[in-house]
Design a protein around this ligand. Sequence first.
Ligand code: NAP
Length: 318
Amino acid sequence: MEKVYDVIVLGAGPGGLAAGLYAGRSRLNTLIVEKGQDGGQIAITDEIENYPGQRVDIEESGPSLIARMTAQCEKFGCERLSATVKAVELEGDIKKIVTTKDEEYCAKTIILATGAHPRKIGCENEAKFTGKGISFCATCDANFFEDFEVYVVGGGDSAVEEAMYLTKYARKVTLIHRRDTLRAAKSIQEKAFKNEKLSFMWDTVVEKVDEGDIPNMLGKMWVRNVKTDEVTVIEADEDDGIFGLFGFIGMIPETGLFEGVIDMENGYVVTDENMATNVKGVWAVGDMRKKSLRQVVTAAADGAIAAMQAEKYLSEME
Ligand code: NAP
């Protein structure tokens, strides 16, 4: 008979890795599956300053924090699998996951920690210019825009923080927001309004993007004022030929695989306070879960709770 794990954790962001750590420390036979790199969204976060217990005398990046979480899981014996899951069977005592290579893995419990991905800006030609001027990751792409002009779409914590980060590279950063007030935390706003390289375009949405003088590179965009309906064409500076456009307008939960089986609201998995889903033996943690605060610390806490609940469930099964 094929191996049956005690726990399979789907996703290796802070929630999944915390679940792995707690499951490993409880000597549960644990497999953590991740399709990309560990860390989820913080894998592309330049600076983390609100994870409790961090040193304040050094800057901590997302990748450095996550590398320590990964090492902790390995120390406590978690197995790792780098694969994309294409199907899941969550009901019944033995759960099954199937990868895109048609390999199957079984477990008595599953912890869902698949996170969320960035929402697209929603303008015409967006796909064509993604990677050719449009980006969703400042940490990954800021250096391509050293001394260029950059635009950021959004008004939440991510947009404002990433816009400030981009001012370290770009000549000028303009934040385009669909309303006239930011959603970002007041402390973040205060810093942003003091930043001389950062300006704001209020009540505005991006409607269309195109190339400018340089073929196949973003060099032109049409923005519309939502109050006046006036459309303005923004063109790259003649000497630059291109500009950058970064989208930070929220996230979409990665929960499509569980539709129809796991209860959700607006695409987010509904759990109780113990991270339990409606399916016995299945818990959900982190950003893919319906919750009020999506942070590394809350994802990690979710993971710890879910793993301890899985341990309790397994001991009651014996
Ligand atoms: P968010 O808080 O949901 O903000 C999304 C922003 O994008 C909002 O300002 C929203 O405008 C705008 N938006 C949404 N759809 C849009 C569209 N179709 N076109 C134009 N604009 C659109 O998302 P987030 O900033 O990614 O943050 C996600 C979560 O992570 C939040 O809970 C946030 O607090 C947390 N976070 C925390 C930190 C930190 O504490 N340092 C850093 C990053 C993220 P409206 O305001 O008009 O709705």
